[in-house]
Design a protein around this ligand. Structure first.
Ligand SMILES: [Zn+2]
Length: 131
């Protein structure tokens, strides 16, 4: 449990004990204080869980966004310089992205090969042959 929540919990106890001492109401006041402490503990736990959940969801969304951006950058680097179909100059900005690793020419709509995939396949075949 984070430090500031522990401090709230001990503040509840200190204030509760102070009120009991002041009122001379130890019994059954102490039971009431235990009950209040239990309730605040549960509320704090729920709050902490909620905060952790939100933080985890945020981290996950960020990681996903980063990996998508990284894939996009990687895919952009593999685009051909010109469209093999119509010869239009290709830049990552002017192609139409159908997915993180699928792009098509925005002039003629032909799907563009991302070169590395071909190379990787060939390298894999070479490795297979060597084995
Ligand atoms: Zn084209």
């Amino acid at each position: 449990m984070p430090e500031h929540w522990k401090q709230i919990q001990s503040a509840v106890w200190l204030i509760g004990l102070a009120i009991l001492a002041w009122q001379g109401w130890w019994w059954p006041g102490i039971l009431v204080l235990v009950a209040i402490s239990g309730v605040t503990q549960a509320l704090i736990k729920r709050q902490v869980d909620k905060e952790e959940e939100a933080a985890a969801a945020k981290a996950k969304a960020q990681a996903q966004q980063e990996s998508e951006a990284a894939r996009r950058v990687k895919a952009a680097a593999l685009l051909p310089a010109v469209c093999p179909n119509c010869g239009a100059p290709i830049t990552p900005e002017n192609v139409h992205w159908n997915g993180p690793d699928k792009a098509s020419c925005s002039f003629c709509g032909a799907s563009l090969p991302l070169v590395e995939n071909v190379q990787v396949e060939r390298e894999e075949k070479d490795v297979m042959r060597e084995l």
